[in-house]
Design a protein around this ligand. Structure first.
Ligand code: XBP
Ligand code: MG
Length: 256
């Protein structure tokens, strides 16, 4: 029985990375007089590492103009990260980054059928609110039975901590929930917690292998391009419904 769907945020609910976080990091660099910038390609490589602060610290190891001293790097990463989040909030204010196709519709299916919703993300809580309030309203949190972010779960994906905490708070076994993710690290986190997981491919993780996912496809807004394929109907014009997700979930459970 599927009782809850746990959503990743960045790349899954919205394409936040290239035009959101990346741009915000660059504005923070500029504002603090830091000489380097992150272009689209370099940011894609840095995304192998989850967590914006972690990404800053890693990148500083390869930036010749970064402070040499570890404590100074930590302090600079902290200032940059906090300013980046302010810049990100300004970018997404007013709904500039839309929810991905099919997301809202699937949330509505769940509300109608009594399937609870949760957020399981490694991003900071302020970023989730900044992104979702323009789309779901200022009381966006009321749409979710559980919200786990970097604040509640400091060990970031691929560590399963965020999923484990969400299951604990929902008082559900992993087999009665389903995760929706876009990245290999997200899939690994869900799988390590025993949670079956579906992948909606995003800009930066369009082709990466996602071993263990029960299904993977380009968008919840279309039945085309999914593996395993969605049978029947006018595939290109349809969307991934809760009924389809229940089917994949039941198949995955039968295989266990
Ligand atoms: C998201 C992340 C985050 C965001 C930026 O991963 O890795 O680091 O890129 O947010 P997921 P912060 O989609 O798996 O949640 O700067 O707050 O880390
Ligand atoms: Mg993601």
């Amino acid at each position: 029985m599927l009782s809850a769907i746990l959503w990743d945020v960045d790349g899954t609910l919205a394409e936040t990375e290239r035009d959101g976080h990346r741009v915000a990091f660059n504005r923070a660099f500029e504002a603090l007089g830091v000489s380097w910038r992150w272009d689209e390609e370099h940011y894609g490589a840095l995304l192998q590492l989850t967590g914006g602060r972690e990404r800053l610290l890693y990148d500083m190891q390869h930036q010749p103009l970064a402070p040499q001293n570890a404590a100074e790097r930590e302090a600079l990463a902290g200032r940059l990260h906090s300013l980046k989040n302010d810049c990100y909030a300004r970018i997404v204010a007013g709904g500039a980054l839309p929810l991905r196709p099919g997301v809202r519709e699937l949330m509505n299916d769940c509300a109608r059928d009594g399937v609870r919703l949760g957020i399981v993300t490694t991003t900071s809580r302020v970023n989730v609110g900044a992104l979702l309030a323009p789309h779901l309203g200022d009381d966006w949190e009321s749409a979710f039975a559980v919200v786990v972010t970097a604040q509640e779960s400091p060990r970031k994906k691929p560590d399963p901590q965020a999923y484990q905490l969400a299951l604990e708070r929902l008082r559900l076994p992993p087999t009665s929930v389903l995760g929706i993710e876009d990245s290999p690290a997200g899939v690994a986190a869900a799988s390590a917690a025993g949670v079956p997981v579906l992948v909606t491919r995003s800009y930066y993780f369009a082709r990466q292998p996602v071993p263990g996912a029960l299904a993977a496809g380009p968008s919840l807004g279309s039945c085309a391009g999914w593996q395993p394929a969605i049978a029947g109907g006018n595939a290109a014009a349809d969307r991934v419904t809760l009924g389809q997700i229940r089917e994949w979930h039941a198949q995955a459970m039968a295989r266990r």
